[in-house]
Design a protein around this ligand. Sequence first.
Ligand SMILES: *Cc1c(COP(=O)(O)O)cnc(C)c1O
Length: 434
Amino acid sequence: MEKITRSEALFAEASRHLVGGVNSPVRAFGAVGGTPRFIASAKGAHVTDVDGNKYIDFIGSWGPMILGHNPPLVIDAVKKAITDGTSFGAPSSGEVELAKMVKDAFPSIDKVRFTTSGTEATMAAIRLARAATKRVRIVKFEGGYHGHSDGLLVAAGSGATTFGVPSSAGVPDFLAKNTWVLPYNDEEGLENLFMRQGINVACVIVEPVAGNMGVVVPDKSFIDTLVTLCKKHGSLLIFDEVMTGFRLAWGGAQELFGHAPDLTCLGKIIGGGFPVGAFGGRKDVIEKLAPLGPVYQAGTLSGNPVAMAAGVATLSELKSRNPYEALEKATQDLCDSIRESARKANVLVQVNECGSMFTVFFTARKVDNYFSATQADTKKYAAFFHALLERGVSLPPSQFEAAFVSTAHTPAVMEEAKKAFAGAFSAVAALGKK
Ligand SMILES: *Cc1c(COP(=O)(O)O)cnc(C)c1O
């Protein structure tokens, strides 16, 4: 009898008690096959599973761990906060501190509201936009993931893409029909829609650099067009920077593009590894929120003091260290090496990258929207994913996700990763010949 691993045993047990054995679908390895590794601990650029296997981690908890796992200054801040109490349900100073840092990074934000997840932030931002414009319809882009609230689970990316369900069961048509979906990077489609329906569009929500269909970078003119059309038609523009905020630059994608959206959604990095989301924006819009205005939104654990302390410590470090150029360079260097290894192994790939985010698409053609992303060979990706795992590298278990580089990915770690990528391409090429 073949010996089963501790991960396999745990997953079997988990599957009897948790739906699909997990608490977020992509973790179940459904898109790549095999058994998810149960992680016992993580430090710096590495995660270690319950069987003692150590991996170079490019998932980074799906984005938050820009400083690597368990950075000492964040852990110290968290320890101190826990000593003072874990939750008060009353205001505490960490909320003020983190809000000030968010505003420093995002000049388009006059005021902030913290939530417990990115999903809540986008859901509330939409509600706010509808209240502010007194319009109902919203616009999103194919493959854009904005959390799992009903109206946003239409042609959503991320896990929803992996499972081939463009929207979810249980989302009523009467809700879904209020969400208009356009292809990413489709300026003409946008112009046509606004020409016919501009007066009915409450808001457009967009990942200003897409990460949930894999990394897809927008054309500058696409973002420019979005800004212009929203202004012209009195629709609010919502940048969903849950992934890109504090990731691509201190001030997120909007700093790179030089545009100020009406509302911004944040998450992931601002929680420093704890559950935090946020939304904020123009004073006249954000102040429609209760208790100042009529738009209701609340959260028992929102602004949690421990999570705020982790966020403040993380952002302080990012602000003082300004690692963005170095992160981008390290990522470019890795991606160049990946392209070279793929070429040598005769495997056709498109490596999309932006800042410290990247995706290796198994396709010969340019990936610039959801349709082109779905042309990628997901079977090859699955083989590549497992070949990398065997070589001690952990990439997201789906073709349609972003991989992340952290400040803990030192040159030595990256050299080791490059060798693993090269080996994995050879393994994928050999499979193709069988
Ligand atoms: C992760 C993500 C969300 C959802 O955030 P959760 O904290 O998982 O609810 C929303 N929008 C984008 C762009 C994301 O990457």
